[in-house]
Write a protein that binds this ligand. Structure first.
Ligand code: 6LW
Length: 567
Protein backbone atom coordinates (compact mmCIF):
# COMPACT_ATOMS: atom_id res chain seq x y z
CA UNK A 1 0.00 0.00 0.00
CA UNK A 2 1.57 3.34 -1.01
CA UNK A 3 2.51 5.63 1.86
CA UNK A 4 1.30 9.21 2.37
CA UNK A 5 3.60 12.00 3.54
CA UNK A 6 2.16 13.96 6.50
CA UNK A 7 3.34 17.60 6.52
CA UNK A 8 5.21 19.17 8.12
CA UNK A 9 7.87 16.44 7.75
CA UNK A 10 10.15 18.39 10.18
CA UNK A 11 7.80 19.89 12.80
CA UNK A 12 8.94 22.74 15.00
CA UNK A 13 11.66 25.30 14.32
CA UNK A 14 13.26 23.87 11.15
CA UNK A 15 13.33 26.67 8.57
CA UNK A 16 15.08 27.29 5.23
CA UNK A 17 15.31 23.60 4.24
CA UNK A 18 18.06 22.65 1.76
CA UNK A 19 17.56 19.11 0.41
CA UNK A 20 19.84 16.70 -1.48
CA UNK A 21 19.89 13.02 -2.42
CA UNK A 22 23.05 10.91 -2.36
CA UNK A 23 22.30 7.42 -3.64
CA UNK A 24 19.24 6.20 -1.69
CA UNK A 25 19.69 8.73 1.12
CA UNK A 26 17.92 12.08 1.37
CA UNK A 27 19.31 14.81 3.63
CA UNK A 28 17.85 18.19 4.69
CA UNK A 29 19.86 21.01 6.28
CA UNK A 30 17.99 23.72 8.23
CA UNK A 31 19.03 27.01 9.79
CA UNK A 32 19.64 27.44 13.53
CA UNK A 33 20.44 31.16 14.06
CA UNK A 34 21.79 31.81 17.61
CA UNK A 35 21.36 28.18 18.69
CA UNK A 36 24.34 25.85 19.01
CA UNK A 37 25.30 23.48 17.40
CA UNK A 38 24.73 25.13 14.04
CA UNK A 39 22.77 23.64 11.09
CA UNK A 40 20.63 20.58 11.78
CA UNK A 41 20.77 17.64 9.41
CA UNK A 42 17.80 15.29 8.97
CA UNK A 43 17.93 12.00 7.01
CA UNK A 44 15.34 9.89 5.18
CA UNK A 45 15.22 6.96 2.77
CA UNK A 46 11.53 7.30 1.80
CA UNK A 47 10.73 11.05 2.22
CA UNK A 48 8.07 9.99 4.76
CA UNK A 49 10.15 9.12 7.82
CA UNK A 50 12.91 11.50 8.93
CA UNK A 51 15.48 11.28 11.72
CA UNK A 52 17.88 13.88 13.12
CA UNK A 53 21.44 12.76 12.29
CA UNK A 54 23.19 15.65 13.93
CA UNK A 55 24.67 19.05 13.24
CA UNK A 56 27.39 20.54 11.01
CA UNK A 57 28.88 23.36 13.13
CA UNK A 58 29.75 21.71 16.43
CA UNK A 59 33.00 23.48 17.41
CA UNK A 60 33.59 26.98 18.77
CA UNK A 61 36.30 27.49 16.10
CA UNK A 62 33.67 26.85 13.44
CA UNK A 63 31.09 29.19 14.97
CA UNK A 64 31.38 31.72 17.81
CA UNK A 65 28.14 33.63 18.44
CA UNK A 66 28.70 34.97 21.96
CA UNK A 67 26.87 38.31 22.26
CA UNK A 68 24.88 37.79 19.06
CA UNK A 69 21.35 39.19 18.96
CA UNK A 70 18.25 37.00 18.72
CA UNK A 71 17.76 35.44 15.28
CA UNK A 72 21.27 36.48 14.26
CA UNK A 73 23.85 33.79 13.59
CA UNK A 74 23.37 30.96 11.08
CA UNK A 75 20.92 31.89 8.32
CA UNK A 76 19.83 29.71 5.43
CA UNK A 77 22.37 26.89 4.87
CA UNK A 78 22.73 25.11 1.51
CA UNK A 79 23.79 21.50 1.27
CA UNK A 80 25.35 19.92 -1.84
CA UNK A 81 27.32 16.81 -2.78
CA UNK A 82 30.07 16.69 -5.39
CA UNK A 83 33.55 15.23 -5.88
CA UNK A 84 32.59 12.46 -3.43
CA UNK A 85 32.00 14.80 -0.51
CA UNK A 86 29.35 16.92 1.20
CA UNK A 87 29.55 20.73 0.98
CA UNK A 88 27.63 23.14 3.18
CA UNK A 89 27.49 26.90 2.76
CA UNK A 90 26.09 29.21 5.42
CA UNK A 91 26.16 32.83 6.52
CA UNK A 92 26.93 33.97 10.06
CA UNK A 93 24.83 37.14 10.36
CA UNK A 94 26.22 39.49 12.96
CA UNK A 95 23.84 42.42 13.04
CA UNK A 96 20.51 42.13 11.32
CA UNK A 97 18.91 45.03 13.10
CA UNK A 98 18.97 48.75 12.78
CA UNK A 99 21.92 49.12 10.49
CA UNK A 100 21.68 49.86 6.78
CA UNK A 101 23.99 46.99 5.99
CA UNK A 102 24.19 43.64 7.68
CA UNK A 103 27.53 41.95 8.30
CA UNK A 104 26.98 38.50 6.86
CA UNK A 105 30.29 36.68 6.40
CA UNK A 106 29.66 33.48 4.43
CA UNK A 107 31.53 30.21 4.64
CA UNK A 108 31.78 26.75 3.14
CA UNK A 109 32.59 23.58 5.08
CA UNK A 110 33.01 20.03 3.75
CA UNK A 111 32.89 16.46 5.04
CA UNK A 112 33.37 12.96 3.62
CA UNK A 113 30.40 11.71 5.65
CA UNK A 114 27.18 13.56 6.54
CA UNK A 115 27.89 12.76 10.21
CA UNK A 116 31.13 14.69 9.86
CA UNK A 117 33.63 15.63 11.08
CA UNK A 118 33.07 18.82 9.09
CA UNK A 119 36.03 20.97 8.11
CA UNK A 120 36.97 24.39 9.41
CA UNK A 121 35.04 27.12 7.58
CA UNK A 122 36.52 28.65 4.39
CA UNK A 123 35.38 32.21 3.72
CA UNK A 124 33.31 32.77 0.57
CA UNK A 125 32.62 36.51 0.79
CA UNK A 126 29.53 38.21 2.23
CA UNK A 127 27.03 40.94 1.39
CA UNK A 128 24.18 38.45 1.44
CA UNK A 129 22.88 35.93 3.98
CA UNK A 130 21.79 32.97 1.76
CA UNK A 131 24.90 31.53 0.05
CA UNK A 132 24.67 28.28 -1.93
CA UNK A 133 27.28 26.43 -4.01
CA UNK A 134 26.51 25.29 -7.56
CA UNK A 135 28.76 22.55 -8.93
CA UNK A 136 28.54 22.85 -12.73
CA UNK A 137 29.16 19.74 -14.78
CA UNK A 138 32.32 21.32 -16.27
CA UNK A 139 33.85 21.05 -12.78
CA UNK A 140 33.61 24.78 -12.08
CA UNK A 141 31.96 25.85 -8.83
CA UNK A 142 29.89 28.99 -8.30
CA UNK A 143 28.82 30.74 -5.08
CA UNK A 144 25.24 31.92 -5.58
CA UNK A 145 23.86 34.48 -3.13
CA UNK A 146 21.23 37.16 -2.60
CA UNK A 147 22.47 40.69 -1.89
CA UNK A 148 21.44 43.09 0.88
CA UNK A 149 21.83 46.69 -0.23
CA UNK A 150 21.62 49.19 2.62
CA UNK A 151 21.75 52.35 0.53
CA UNK A 152 18.78 54.74 0.65
CA UNK A 153 16.53 54.58 -2.35
CA UNK A 154 17.60 51.00 -2.97
CA UNK A 155 15.44 47.95 -2.35
CA UNK A 156 17.23 46.18 0.55
CA UNK A 157 16.95 42.92 -1.40
CA UNK A 158 19.28 43.40 -4.38
CA UNK A 159 20.12 41.04 -7.26
CA UNK A 160 20.92 37.36 -7.12
CA UNK A 161 24.63 37.12 -7.93
CA UNK A 162 27.12 34.38 -8.83
CA UNK A 163 30.92 34.33 -8.35
CA UNK A 164 33.34 31.53 -9.17
CA UNK A 165 34.83 29.58 -6.25
CA UNK A 166 38.23 27.94 -6.66
CA UNK A 167 37.87 25.03 -4.26
CA UNK A 168 41.52 23.99 -4.56
CA UNK A 169 42.66 27.48 -3.54
CA UNK A 170 39.70 27.95 -1.22
CA UNK A 171 39.21 31.36 -2.79
CA UNK A 172 36.62 33.28 -4.76
CA UNK A 173 37.82 34.37 -8.17
CA UNK A 174 36.65 36.68 -10.90
CA UNK A 175 33.84 39.19 -10.64
CA UNK A 176 30.54 38.82 -8.83
CA UNK A 177 27.91 38.75 -11.61
CA UNK A 178 24.25 39.74 -11.11
CA UNK A 179 22.03 37.14 -12.84
CA UNK A 180 18.45 37.81 -11.62
CA UNK A 181 16.71 40.87 -10.15
CA UNK A 182 13.67 38.95 -8.91
CA UNK A 183 9.99 39.36 -9.74
CA UNK A 184 7.62 42.09 -8.58
CA UNK A 185 6.99 39.98 -5.47
CA UNK A 186 10.38 41.19 -4.23
CA UNK A 187 12.46 40.17 -1.19
CA UNK A 188 14.32 37.77 -3.51
CA UNK A 189 16.47 35.42 -1.39
CA UNK A 190 17.38 31.77 -0.75
CA UNK A 191 18.84 31.20 -4.27
CA UNK A 192 19.85 27.71 -5.33
CA UNK A 193 20.59 26.39 -8.85
CA UNK A 194 19.54 23.03 -10.29
CA UNK A 195 20.88 21.95 -13.69
CA UNK A 196 18.49 19.68 -15.65
CA UNK A 197 18.05 18.81 -19.31
CA UNK A 198 20.42 21.62 -20.42
CA UNK A 199 18.71 24.30 -18.35
CA UNK A 200 19.98 26.17 -15.30
CA UNK A 201 16.94 26.44 -12.99
CA UNK A 202 17.29 29.24 -10.43
CA UNK A 203 15.00 28.69 -7.45
CA UNK A 204 14.47 31.63 -5.12
CA UNK A 205 12.32 32.52 -2.11
CA UNK A 206 10.31 35.71 -2.59
CA UNK A 207 7.68 37.83 -0.86
CA UNK A 208 9.48 37.88 2.49
CA UNK A 209 9.35 35.10 5.08
CA UNK A 210 5.96 36.06 6.43
CA UNK A 211 2.51 35.62 4.86
CA UNK A 212 3.50 36.57 1.31
CA UNK A 213 6.24 34.00 1.08
CA UNK A 214 6.61 32.03 -2.14
CA UNK A 215 8.88 29.82 -4.26
CA UNK A 216 9.81 31.37 -7.63
CA UNK A 217 11.48 29.40 -10.42
CA UNK A 218 13.22 30.79 -13.52
CA UNK A 219 15.46 29.13 -16.10
CA UNK A 220 18.19 29.87 -18.64
CA UNK A 221 20.46 27.86 -20.87
CA UNK A 222 23.31 30.09 -19.67
CA UNK A 223 24.41 30.32 -16.04
CA UNK A 224 24.61 34.12 -16.36
CA UNK A 225 21.11 34.32 -17.87
CA UNK A 226 19.00 35.93 -19.08
CA UNK A 227 16.53 34.01 -16.89
CA UNK A 228 12.94 33.40 -17.99
CA UNK A 229 10.43 33.28 -15.12
CA UNK A 230 8.11 30.27 -14.73
CA UNK A 231 4.76 30.75 -16.55
CA UNK A 232 2.99 30.58 -13.15
CA UNK A 233 5.61 32.87 -11.52
CA UNK A 234 5.30 31.37 -8.05
CA UNK A 235 5.05 27.59 -8.16
CA UNK A 236 4.28 27.43 -4.42
CA UNK A 237 2.74 29.91 -1.97
CA UNK A 238 0.04 30.14 0.74
CA UNK A 239 -0.76 33.73 -0.21
CA UNK A 240 -4.51 34.49 -0.23
CA UNK A 241 -5.22 30.97 1.12
CA UNK A 242 -6.34 31.87 4.65
CA UNK A 243 -7.94 28.43 5.09
CA UNK A 244 -4.74 26.57 4.24
CA UNK A 245 -3.31 24.99 7.46
CA UNK A 246 0.16 25.45 5.93
CA UNK A 247 0.89 29.17 5.87
CA UNK A 248 3.97 31.29 4.99
CA UNK A 249 5.15 28.67 2.44
CA UNK A 250 8.34 29.50 0.59
CA UNK A 251 12.12 28.98 0.47
CA UNK A 252 12.16 25.68 -1.39
CA UNK A 253 14.38 23.35 -3.40
CA UNK A 254 13.89 20.27 -5.56
CA UNK A 255 15.06 16.68 -5.14
CA UNK A 256 14.50 13.64 -7.29
CA UNK A 257 14.13 10.07 -6.11
CA UNK A 258 16.21 7.12 -7.38
CA UNK A 259 13.27 6.22 -9.66
CA UNK A 260 12.87 9.70 -11.14
CA UNK A 261 10.01 11.14 -9.11
CA UNK A 262 10.42 14.79 -8.03
CA UNK A 263 9.65 16.64 -4.82
CA UNK A 264 9.95 20.20 -3.46
CA UNK A 265 10.88 20.87 0.16
CA UNK A 266 9.87 24.25 1.59
CA UNK A 267 9.33 26.11 4.84
CA UNK A 268 5.87 26.81 6.24
CA UNK A 269 4.12 27.88 9.45
CA UNK A 270 1.05 26.49 11.26
CA UNK A 271 -0.27 29.53 13.10
CA UNK A 272 -2.20 29.52 16.36
CA UNK A 273 -5.08 31.98 16.41
CA UNK A 274 -5.74 34.14 19.47
CA UNK A 275 -9.29 35.51 19.24
CA UNK A 276 -8.40 38.47 21.47
CA UNK A 277 -5.27 39.38 19.51
CA UNK A 278 -7.13 41.06 16.68
CA UNK A 279 -7.74 43.89 19.17
CA UNK A 280 -3.99 44.57 19.02
CA UNK A 281 -4.13 45.07 15.26
CA UNK A 282 -4.99 43.35 11.97
CA UNK A 283 -1.40 42.15 11.79
CA UNK A 284 -2.37 39.51 14.34
CA UNK A 285 -5.46 38.25 12.50
CA UNK A 286 -3.29 35.80 10.62
CA UNK A 287 -2.20 34.10 13.82
CA UNK A 288 1.02 33.26 15.56
CA UNK A 289 3.63 30.70 14.53
CA UNK A 290 4.53 29.58 18.04
CA UNK A 291 6.44 26.57 16.63
CA UNK A 292 8.32 28.83 14.21
CA UNK A 293 8.84 27.95 10.54
CA UNK A 294 8.78 24.21 9.84
CA UNK A 295 9.76 22.04 6.85
CA UNK A 296 7.22 20.50 4.48
CA UNK A 297 7.43 18.74 1.11
CA UNK A 298 5.26 18.66 -2.03
CA UNK A 299 5.14 16.31 -5.02
CA UNK A 300 6.25 17.85 -8.31
CA UNK A 301 5.97 16.89 -11.93
CA UNK A 302 7.80 18.32 -14.95
CA UNK A 303 5.90 19.57 -17.99
CA UNK A 304 7.25 21.63 -20.92
CA UNK A 305 10.60 21.89 -19.18
CA UNK A 306 9.07 23.42 -16.05
CA UNK A 307 8.33 22.00 -12.59
CA UNK A 308 4.69 22.15 -11.37
CA UNK A 309 3.00 20.96 -8.20
CA UNK A 310 1.62 17.51 -9.05
CA UNK A 311 -1.68 18.51 -7.37
CA UNK A 312 -2.00 21.54 -9.67
CA UNK A 313 -2.02 25.21 -8.68
CA UNK A 314 0.48 26.50 -6.14
CA UNK A 315 -1.18 25.61 -2.83
CA UNK A 316 0.85 23.46 -0.39
CA UNK A 317 -0.86 20.25 0.74
CA UNK A 318 -0.88 18.73 4.23
CA UNK A 319 -0.95 15.23 2.77
CA UNK A 320 1.24 14.34 -0.21
CA UNK A 321 1.57 11.04 -2.09
CA UNK A 322 4.83 9.40 -1.08
CA UNK A 323 7.34 8.21 -3.67
CA UNK A 324 7.30 4.62 -4.85
CA UNK A 325 10.10 3.63 -2.44
CA UNK A 326 10.24 0.94 0.25
CA UNK A 327 9.00 2.34 3.57
CA UNK A 328 11.91 3.08 5.91
CA UNK A 329 10.66 3.98 9.39
CA UNK A 330 13.27 4.89 12.05
CA UNK A 331 13.27 3.68 15.66
CA UNK A 332 11.15 6.08 17.75
CA UNK A 333 13.23 8.47 19.84
CA UNK A 334 12.87 8.02 23.60
CA UNK A 335 10.45 10.39 25.28
CA UNK A 336 12.70 10.48 28.33
CA UNK A 337 16.33 11.56 28.46
CA UNK A 338 17.87 10.12 31.64
CA UNK A 339 21.17 11.93 31.10
CA UNK A 340 22.91 8.59 31.61
CA UNK A 341 25.04 8.70 28.47
CA UNK A 342 28.43 10.34 27.94
CA UNK A 343 27.11 12.62 25.17
CA UNK A 344 24.19 14.98 25.08
CA UNK A 345 21.37 13.82 22.76
CA UNK A 346 21.41 15.81 19.50
CA UNK A 347 17.90 17.04 20.34
CA UNK A 348 19.47 19.51 22.75
CA UNK A 349 20.70 22.95 21.78
CA UNK A 350 22.40 25.73 23.73
CA UNK A 351 22.57 29.48 23.13
CA UNK A 352 25.40 31.00 21.12
CA UNK A 353 28.10 28.64 22.41
CA UNK A 354 28.67 24.87 22.73
CA UNK A 355 27.70 22.94 25.86
CA UNK A 356 31.02 22.54 27.70
CA UNK A 357 32.04 20.50 30.75
CA UNK A 358 32.76 23.77 32.62
CA UNK A 359 29.03 24.55 32.93
CA UNK A 360 27.12 21.59 31.48
CA UNK A 361 28.33 18.23 32.81
CA UNK A 362 27.16 14.64 32.38
CA UNK A 363 30.09 13.36 34.45
CA UNK A 364 30.27 15.41 37.64
CA UNK A 365 27.15 13.58 38.96
CA UNK A 366 26.70 10.44 36.85
CA UNK A 367 23.10 9.86 35.76
CA UNK A 368 22.43 13.58 36.00
CA UNK A 369 22.94 16.66 33.92
CA UNK A 370 24.62 19.27 36.09
CA UNK A 371 24.11 22.87 35.02
CA UNK A 372 26.32 25.46 36.71
CA UNK A 373 24.38 28.65 37.48
CA UNK A 374 25.55 31.47 35.21
CA UNK A 375 23.92 34.50 33.55
CA UNK A 376 20.19 35.33 33.75
CA UNK A 377 17.88 34.28 30.92
CA UNK A 378 18.07 37.63 29.10
CA UNK A 379 21.85 37.48 28.67
CA UNK A 380 23.45 37.16 25.22
CA UNK A 381 26.57 35.62 26.73
CA UNK A 382 26.99 32.86 29.36
CA UNK A 383 23.62 31.17 29.55
CA UNK A 384 23.31 27.77 31.28
CA UNK A 385 20.24 26.79 29.27
CA UNK A 386 19.65 23.54 27.40
CA UNK A 387 16.54 23.36 25.24
CA UNK A 388 14.83 21.28 22.56
CA UNK A 389 12.21 22.26 19.97
CA UNK A 390 8.52 22.28 20.76
CA UNK A 391 7.22 20.26 17.82
CA UNK A 392 3.51 19.95 18.72
CA UNK A 393 0.69 22.34 19.59
CA UNK A 394 -0.14 20.03 22.47
CA UNK A 395 2.78 18.74 24.47
CA UNK A 396 4.00 18.07 27.98
CA UNK A 397 7.55 18.37 29.25
CA UNK A 398 8.77 17.35 32.67
CA UNK A 399 11.99 17.25 34.62
CA UNK A 400 13.23 16.19 38.05
CA UNK A 401 15.77 18.53 39.61
CA UNK A 402 17.84 18.56 42.75
CA UNK A 403 18.69 22.15 43.66
CA UNK A 404 19.73 23.76 46.91
CA UNK A 405 19.47 27.53 46.39
CA UNK A 406 20.66 29.74 49.24
CA UNK A 407 19.41 33.08 47.93
CA UNK A 408 16.70 34.65 45.74
CA UNK A 409 19.53 35.46 43.27
CA UNK A 410 19.91 31.75 42.56
CA UNK A 411 17.29 30.07 40.42
CA UNK A 412 16.96 26.92 38.34
CA UNK A 413 14.13 25.06 36.68
CA UNK A 414 12.01 24.64 33.53
CA UNK A 415 11.67 27.24 30.75
CA UNK A 416 9.73 27.76 27.53
CA UNK A 417 11.89 30.10 25.50
CA UNK A 418 11.52 31.98 22.20
CA UNK A 419 14.35 34.51 22.61
CA UNK A 420 16.07 36.56 25.32
CA UNK A 421 13.07 38.88 25.59
CA UNK A 422 10.27 36.29 25.35
CA UNK A 423 10.08 33.32 27.74
CA UNK A 424 8.16 31.82 30.66
CA UNK A 425 9.88 29.86 33.41
CA UNK A 426 9.14 27.92 36.60
CA UNK A 427 11.99 28.50 39.01
CA UNK A 428 13.09 26.97 42.28
CA UNK A 429 14.66 29.64 44.48
CA UNK A 430 14.52 31.14 47.97
CA UNK A 431 12.16 33.89 49.15
CA UNK A 432 13.04 36.72 51.48
CA UNK A 433 11.95 34.60 54.47
CA UNK A 434 14.52 32.02 53.38
CA UNK A 435 11.81 29.55 52.34
CA UNK A 436 12.59 27.30 49.37
CA UNK A 437 9.86 28.18 46.87
CA UNK A 438 8.74 27.57 43.32
CA UNK A 439 7.43 30.48 41.25
CA UNK A 440 6.38 31.23 37.66
CA UNK A 441 8.01 34.23 35.98
CA UNK A 442 7.66 35.75 32.54
CA UNK A 443 9.38 38.06 30.07
CA UNK A 444 7.32 39.33 27.17
CA UNK A 445 8.89 41.78 24.75
CA UNK A 446 11.66 42.13 27.34
CA UNK A 447 9.27 43.13 30.14
CA UNK A 448 9.61 41.00 33.31
CA UNK A 449 6.56 39.95 35.34
CA UNK A 450 5.47 37.41 37.98
CA UNK A 451 2.05 36.13 36.81
CA UNK A 452 -0.60 35.19 39.35
CA UNK A 453 -0.39 36.10 43.03
CA UNK A 454 -1.60 39.52 44.25
CA UNK A 455 -0.21 41.53 41.35
CA UNK A 456 2.55 42.79 43.65
CA UNK A 457 4.42 39.55 43.94
CA UNK A 458 3.83 36.46 41.85
CA UNK A 459 2.28 33.32 43.25
CA UNK A 460 4.80 31.12 45.07
CA UNK A 461 4.57 27.72 46.71
CA UNK A 462 6.74 26.80 49.67
CA UNK A 463 8.65 23.55 49.30
CA UNK A 464 9.06 22.05 52.75
CA UNK A 465 11.84 19.53 52.08
CA UNK A 466 15.09 19.61 50.07
CA UNK A 467 14.35 16.51 47.99
CA UNK A 468 14.49 16.63 44.21
CA UNK A 469 11.39 18.31 42.76
CA UNK A 470 9.34 17.44 39.66
CA UNK A 471 8.58 20.38 37.36
CA UNK A 472 6.20 20.20 34.43
CA UNK A 473 4.82 22.42 31.65
CA UNK A 474 1.96 21.54 29.34
CA UNK A 475 0.99 23.33 26.15
CA UNK A 476 -2.57 23.24 24.88
CA UNK A 477 -2.23 25.23 21.65
CA UNK A 478 -2.75 28.77 23.02
CA UNK A 479 -2.02 28.07 26.69
CA UNK A 480 0.96 26.97 28.76
CA UNK A 481 0.42 25.72 32.31
CA UNK A 482 3.22 25.08 34.80
CA UNK A 483 2.87 22.58 37.64
CA UNK A 484 5.08 20.83 40.17
CA UNK A 485 5.11 17.71 42.29
CA UNK A 486 7.11 16.26 45.14
CA UNK A 487 6.42 12.64 44.15
CA UNK A 488 5.82 12.73 40.44
CA UNK A 489 2.26 11.49 40.89
CA UNK A 490 0.36 14.32 42.55
CA UNK A 491 0.71 17.56 40.59
CA UNK A 492 -0.26 21.10 41.58
CA UNK A 493 -0.67 23.84 39.03
CA UNK A 494 1.22 27.00 39.86
CA UNK A 495 0.57 30.40 38.34
CA UNK A 496 -2.10 31.18 35.77
CA UNK A 497 -2.26 29.67 32.29
CA UNK A 498 0.07 31.65 30.04
CA UNK A 499 -0.66 32.74 26.47
CA UNK A 500 1.61 30.90 24.04
CA UNK A 501 1.21 33.47 21.24
CA UNK A 502 3.71 36.06 22.55
CA UNK A 503 6.37 33.35 22.11
CA UNK A 504 6.11 33.38 18.34
CA UNK A 505 7.62 34.77 15.12
CA UNK A 506 4.88 37.38 14.78
CA UNK A 507 4.49 38.84 18.27
CA UNK A 508 5.85 42.37 18.71
CA UNK A 509 7.16 44.80 16.13
CA UNK A 510 10.35 43.06 15.17
CA UNK A 511 10.57 41.41 11.74
CA UNK A 512 13.79 39.50 12.38
CA UNK A 513 12.22 36.73 14.45
CA UNK A 514 13.25 33.52 12.78
CA UNK A 515 13.45 30.83 15.44
CA UNK A 516 10.58 29.12 17.34
CA UNK A 517 9.51 28.07 20.82
CA UNK A 518 11.87 25.76 22.68
CA UNK A 519 11.40 23.98 26.04
CA UNK A 520 14.25 23.21 28.37
CA UNK A 521 16.13 23.49 31.65
CA UNK A 522 18.27 26.26 33.06
CA UNK A 523 20.36 27.41 36.03
CA UNK A 524 21.12 31.04 36.81
CA UNK A 525 23.31 32.43 39.57
CA UNK A 526 23.17 36.20 39.43
CA UNK A 527 25.66 36.24 42.33
CA UNK A 528 28.13 34.61 39.91
CA UNK A 529 28.87 31.89 42.51
CA UNK A 530 28.03 29.10 40.08
CA UNK A 531 25.41 27.33 42.20
CA UNK A 532 24.61 24.19 40.23
CA UNK A 533 21.42 22.24 39.67
CA UNK A 534 21.29 18.49 38.96
CA UNK A 535 18.63 17.27 36.53
CA UNK A 536 18.08 13.51 36.60
CA UNK A 537 15.71 13.34 33.63
CA UNK A 538 13.78 15.34 31.09
CA UNK A 539 10.79 14.06 29.19
CA UNK A 540 8.89 15.47 26.23
CA UNK A 541 5.73 13.98 24.83
CA UNK A 542 3.08 14.98 22.35
CA UNK A 543 -0.38 15.18 23.91
CA UNK A 544 -3.40 14.41 21.84
CA UNK A 545 -6.41 16.67 22.08
CA UNK A 546 -8.24 14.38 24.53
CA UNK A 547 -5.36 14.05 26.99
CA UNK A 548 -4.83 17.77 27.32
CA UNK A 549 -3.81 19.19 30.67
CA UNK A 550 -6.44 19.91 33.36
CA UNK A 551 -7.93 23.43 33.24
CA UNK A 552 -5.80 26.14 34.88
CA UNK A 553 -5.44 26.02 38.66
CA UNK A 554 -7.68 23.10 39.28
CA UNK A 555 -5.31 21.84 41.93
CA UNK A 556 -4.60 24.93 44.02
CA UNK A 557 -1.42 25.44 45.93
CA UNK A 558 -3.29 24.80 49.13
CA UNK A 559 -3.43 21.17 48.10
CA UNK A 560 0.35 21.11 48.36
CA UNK A 561 0.22 20.61 52.12
CA UNK A 562 -1.93 17.51 51.66
CA UNK A 563 0.46 16.19 49.01
CA UNK A 564 3.43 16.89 51.28
CA UNK A 565 1.63 15.08 54.13
CA UNK A 566 0.73 12.15 51.85
CA UNK A 567 4.33 11.62 50.64
C1 6LW B 1 16.55 33.27 5.20
C2 6LW B 1 15.80 33.56 3.96
C3 6LW B 1 14.43 33.28 4.44
O1 6LW B 1 17.84 33.72 5.24
O2 6LW B 1 14.32 33.67 5.74
O3 6LW B 1 12.35 32.44 4.32
C4 6LW B 1 15.66 34.01 6.16
N1 6LW B 1 13.51 32.70 3.80
O4 6LW B 1 16.13 32.81 2.86
C5 6LW B 1 15.86 33.65 7.58
O5 6LW B 1 15.39 32.36 7.79
Amino acid sequence: MSQVIQNPILPGFNPDPSVIRVGDDFYIATSTFEWFPGVRIHHSRDLVNWRLVGHVLTRRDQLDMRGFNNSDGVYAPALSHADGKFWLTFSCTHNSRGGAWMSTPCYVVTAESIEGPWSDPVAIGGGGFDPSLFHDDDGRKWVVNMTWDGRSGHDKFGDIVVQEFDAAEGKLKGKRVPIFAGTELGCTEGPQILKKDGYYYLITAEGGTEWNHAVTVCRSTNLFGPYEVHPQKTILSSRFQEENPLQRSGHGFFVDTPNGEWYLTHLCGRPVYDPDAYAFGPKYATGFSILGRETAIQKVEWRDGWPWLACGGNAPQMEVPAPDLPAHPWPTTDKVDNFDSKQLSSQWQTLREPAEESWCSLTQKPGHLRLKGRHYLSSRFDQSLLARRIEHHQMRAETLVEYHPESPMEMAGLVVYYDNGNYYFLKITRDDSDNKVVQVCASIAGVYSEPGGDGQKGETAIIENDDPLYLRVTLDTQWYQFSFSTDGRHWANIGPRLNSTPLSDEYGNLIFKFTGSMVGIFACDVNEQGRHADFSHFSYEQLSADSKAPEANELQVSAVADLEAAS
